[in-house]
Design a protein around this ligand. Structure first.
Ligand SMILES: N[C@@H](CS(=O)O)C(=O)O
Ligand SMILES: [Fe+2]
Length: 204
Protein backbone atom coordinates (compact mmCIF):
# COMPACT_ATOMS: atom_id res chain seq x y z
CA UNK A 1 0.00 0.00 0.00
CA UNK A 2 1.38 3.42 -0.85
CA UNK A 3 1.68 5.83 2.05
CA UNK A 4 1.01 9.29 0.60
CA UNK A 5 -1.43 11.05 -1.65
CA UNK A 6 -1.39 14.68 -2.78
CA UNK A 7 -3.80 17.40 -1.69
CA UNK A 8 -4.36 20.96 -2.89
CA UNK A 9 -1.75 23.32 -1.41
CA UNK A 10 -4.37 25.94 -0.45
CA UNK A 11 -6.06 23.58 2.04
CA UNK A 12 -5.49 23.95 5.78
CA UNK A 13 -2.71 21.75 7.07
CA UNK A 14 -3.74 18.60 8.89
CA UNK A 15 -0.73 16.42 9.50
CA UNK A 16 -2.15 13.26 10.99
CA UNK A 17 -5.45 11.43 11.31
CA UNK A 18 -5.40 12.48 14.96
CA UNK A 19 -5.16 16.14 13.83
CA UNK A 20 -8.04 15.56 11.46
CA UNK A 21 -10.24 14.09 14.19
CA UNK A 22 -9.38 17.03 16.46
CA UNK A 23 -10.01 19.66 13.79
CA UNK A 24 -13.30 18.03 12.82
CA UNK A 25 -14.38 18.14 16.46
CA UNK A 26 -13.49 21.82 16.73
CA UNK A 27 -15.17 22.72 13.45
CA UNK A 28 -18.34 20.75 14.17
CA UNK A 29 -18.71 21.86 17.78
CA UNK A 30 -22.09 20.56 18.93
CA UNK A 31 -23.48 20.61 15.37
CA UNK A 32 -23.98 18.26 12.48
CA UNK A 33 -23.33 19.36 8.91
CA UNK A 34 -26.98 20.20 8.30
CA UNK A 35 -27.56 23.10 5.93
CA UNK A 36 -24.64 25.21 7.12
CA UNK A 37 -22.74 25.65 3.87
CA UNK A 38 -19.82 27.37 5.56
CA UNK A 39 -19.32 24.43 7.90
CA UNK A 40 -19.76 21.99 5.02
CA UNK A 41 -17.01 23.83 3.14
CA UNK A 42 -14.71 23.89 6.19
CA UNK A 43 -15.16 20.18 6.84
CA UNK A 44 -14.60 19.39 3.19
CA UNK A 45 -11.35 21.38 3.29
CA UNK A 46 -10.21 19.50 6.37
CA UNK A 47 -10.89 16.17 4.71
CA UNK A 48 -9.05 17.30 1.59
CA UNK A 49 -6.07 18.64 3.48
CA UNK A 50 -5.39 15.41 5.33
CA UNK A 51 -2.49 13.66 3.59
CA UNK A 52 -2.97 9.92 3.75
CA UNK A 53 -0.32 8.04 5.71
CA UNK A 54 -0.81 4.34 6.28
CA UNK A 55 0.79 4.63 9.71
CA UNK A 56 -2.18 6.82 10.76
CA UNK A 57 -5.00 4.62 9.60
CA UNK A 58 -3.68 1.04 9.46
CA UNK A 59 -5.02 0.41 12.99
CA UNK A 60 -8.53 1.10 11.65
CA UNK A 61 -8.14 -0.84 8.43
CA UNK A 62 -9.50 -4.09 9.86
CA UNK A 63 -10.35 -6.62 7.19
CA UNK A 64 -10.99 -10.35 7.01
CA UNK A 65 -10.51 -12.19 3.74
CA UNK A 66 -13.61 -13.52 2.03
CA UNK A 67 -16.02 -10.95 3.43
CA UNK A 68 -17.64 -7.83 2.08
CA UNK A 69 -15.94 -4.49 2.51
CA UNK A 70 -15.56 -3.46 6.13
CA UNK A 71 -16.68 -0.30 7.94
CA UNK A 72 -14.53 0.64 10.90
CA UNK A 73 -15.38 3.52 13.19
CA UNK A 74 -12.57 6.03 13.78
CA UNK A 75 -14.56 8.63 15.69
CA UNK A 76 -18.21 9.03 16.62
CA UNK A 77 -17.68 12.76 16.89
CA UNK A 78 -20.32 14.61 18.86
CA UNK A 79 -23.01 12.05 18.03
CA UNK A 80 -24.05 14.11 15.01
CA UNK A 81 -21.42 12.77 12.64
CA UNK A 82 -19.05 9.86 12.41
CA UNK A 83 -15.80 9.11 10.68
CA UNK A 84 -15.09 5.66 9.29
CA UNK A 85 -12.31 3.81 7.52
CA UNK A 86 -13.64 1.42 4.89
CA UNK A 87 -11.54 -1.40 3.50
CA UNK A 88 -12.43 -2.80 0.08
CA UNK A 89 -11.20 -6.21 -0.95
CA UNK A 90 -10.16 -6.95 -4.52
CA UNK A 91 -13.15 -6.42 -6.84
CA UNK A 92 -15.57 -5.63 -4.01
CA UNK A 93 -18.38 -3.11 -4.35
CA UNK A 94 -21.14 -1.63 -2.25
CA UNK A 95 -24.72 -2.26 -3.38
CA UNK A 96 -26.48 0.66 -5.07
CA UNK A 97 -27.63 2.70 -2.09
CA UNK A 98 -28.68 6.05 -0.69
CA UNK A 99 -27.30 7.71 2.44
CA UNK A 100 -30.58 8.02 4.29
CA UNK A 101 -30.49 11.80 3.85
CA UNK A 102 -27.06 12.16 5.46
CA UNK A 103 -24.19 14.21 4.15
CA UNK A 104 -21.31 12.05 2.96
CA UNK A 105 -17.74 13.17 2.47
CA UNK A 106 -15.35 10.64 1.20
CA UNK A 107 -11.62 10.50 0.61
CA UNK A 108 -9.51 7.81 -0.97
CA UNK A 109 -6.67 6.77 1.36
CA UNK A 110 -5.12 3.98 -0.64
CA UNK A 111 -5.64 1.99 -3.83
CA UNK A 112 -8.27 2.76 -6.40
CA UNK A 113 -12.06 3.19 -6.22
CA UNK A 114 -14.73 3.94 -8.81
CA UNK A 115 -18.06 5.58 -8.21
CA UNK A 116 -21.17 4.97 -10.31
CA UNK A 117 -24.09 7.33 -9.87
CA UNK A 118 -27.66 6.18 -10.47
CA UNK A 119 -30.96 7.90 -11.12
CA UNK A 120 -33.73 7.17 -8.63
CA UNK A 121 -35.96 4.45 -10.19
CA UNK A 122 -39.29 5.81 -11.45
CA UNK A 123 -41.12 2.63 -10.41
CA UNK A 124 -40.23 -0.44 -8.45
CA UNK A 125 -39.84 -2.49 -11.65
CA UNK A 126 -37.54 -0.01 -13.31
CA UNK A 127 -34.02 -1.05 -14.31
CA UNK A 128 -31.60 1.34 -12.60
CA UNK A 129 -30.33 4.00 -14.96
CA UNK A 130 -26.66 4.75 -14.72
CA UNK A 131 -26.41 8.54 -14.82
CA UNK A 132 -22.69 8.61 -15.40
CA UNK A 133 -19.53 7.00 -14.24
CA UNK A 134 -17.64 9.56 -12.24
CA UNK A 135 -14.16 9.76 -10.87
CA UNK A 136 -14.27 9.43 -7.12
CA UNK A 137 -15.25 12.67 -5.40
CA UNK A 138 -15.08 13.85 -1.83
CA UNK A 139 -18.81 14.58 -1.86
CA UNK A 140 -21.28 11.96 -2.89
CA UNK A 141 -24.99 12.54 -3.03
CA UNK A 142 -27.95 10.63 -4.38
CA UNK A 143 -27.79 6.95 -5.29
CA UNK A 144 -24.43 5.46 -5.87
CA UNK A 145 -22.23 2.40 -5.80
CA UNK A 146 -18.52 2.36 -5.00
CA UNK A 147 -16.26 -0.39 -6.29
CA UNK A 148 -12.65 -1.40 -6.03
CA UNK A 149 -11.89 -2.30 -9.63
CA UNK A 150 -8.53 -3.82 -8.80
CA UNK A 151 -8.12 -7.58 -8.65
CA UNK A 152 -4.61 -7.10 -7.35
CA UNK A 153 -4.96 -4.84 -4.34
CA UNK A 154 -7.28 -3.58 -1.64
CA UNK A 155 -8.52 -0.02 -1.38
CA UNK A 156 -9.02 2.06 1.74
CA UNK A 157 -11.26 5.10 2.06
CA UNK A 158 -12.26 7.59 4.73
CA UNK A 159 -15.94 8.54 5.07
CA UNK A 160 -17.62 11.21 7.12
CA UNK A 161 -21.40 10.88 7.56
CA UNK A 162 -23.61 13.48 9.18
CA UNK A 163 -25.91 12.58 10.77
CA UNK A 164 -24.63 9.03 11.34
CA UNK A 165 -26.95 6.36 9.98
CA UNK A 166 -27.35 2.65 10.65
CA UNK A 167 -29.81 1.79 7.93
CA UNK A 168 -30.15 2.93 4.35
CA UNK A 169 -31.98 1.94 1.18
CA UNK A 170 -30.34 -0.45 -1.24
CA UNK A 171 -31.51 -1.06 -4.80
CA UNK A 172 -31.50 -3.98 -7.17
CA UNK A 173 -29.83 -2.81 -10.37
CA UNK A 174 -32.04 -4.88 -12.69
CA UNK A 175 -35.44 -4.28 -11.09
CA UNK A 176 -35.04 -1.11 -9.04
CA UNK A 177 -36.55 -2.98 -6.09
CA UNK A 178 -35.52 -1.46 -2.79
CA UNK A 179 -34.63 -2.98 0.56
CA UNK A 180 -33.81 -1.48 3.92
CA UNK A 181 -30.29 -2.55 4.77
CA UNK A 182 -28.30 -2.41 7.93
CA UNK A 183 -24.94 -0.68 7.76
CA UNK A 184 -23.70 -0.40 11.31
CA UNK A 185 -20.02 0.36 11.80
CA UNK A 186 -17.63 -1.72 13.87
CA UNK A 187 -16.21 0.07 16.85
CA UNK A 188 -12.63 -1.01 17.29
CA UNK A 189 -10.99 -1.67 20.60
CA UNK A 190 -7.29 -0.81 20.34
CA UNK A 191 -5.15 -3.92 20.08
CA UNK A 192 -8.03 -6.21 19.17
CA UNK A 193 -9.59 -7.25 15.92
CA UNK A 194 -13.34 -6.63 16.16
CA UNK A 195 -15.81 -8.39 13.90
CA UNK A 196 -16.17 -6.36 10.74
CA UNK A 197 -19.42 -5.07 9.37
CA UNK A 198 -20.52 -3.93 5.97
CA UNK A 199 -23.75 -3.10 4.29
CA UNK A 200 -25.95 -6.13 4.67
CA UNK A 201 -27.71 -6.26 1.34
CA UNK A 202 -29.83 -9.22 2.40
CA UNK A 203 -31.49 -7.44 5.34
CA UNK A 204 -35.04 -6.33 4.77
N1 LIG B 1 -21.91 4.58 1.97
C1 LIG B 1 -21.29 3.27 1.98
C2 LIG B 1 -19.94 3.25 1.39
S1 LIG B 1 -19.93 3.81 -0.20
O1 LIG B 1 -20.29 2.84 -1.09
O2 LIG B 1 -20.34 5.10 -0.32
C3 LIG B 1 -21.19 2.79 3.40
O3 LIG B 1 -21.30 3.61 4.31
O4 LIG B 1 -20.99 1.59 3.61
FE1 LIG C 1 -22.27 5.43 -0.04
Amino acid sequence: MSSRATTPSSSPSVNTMQDLVKQLNITMGPHGLGDDLIRVRQVKKLMQSYVSQATDWSQYAVYHEGTRYTRNLVDDGNGKYNLLVLVWGEGQASPIHDHAGSHCMMKLLDGELQEDLFAWPRESTDEMRLKRTAALKTNSIGLHRIANPSLQGKAVSLHLYSPPYNVCKTFDEKTGATAISSCAASKLTPGTSSPQSSMDITAN
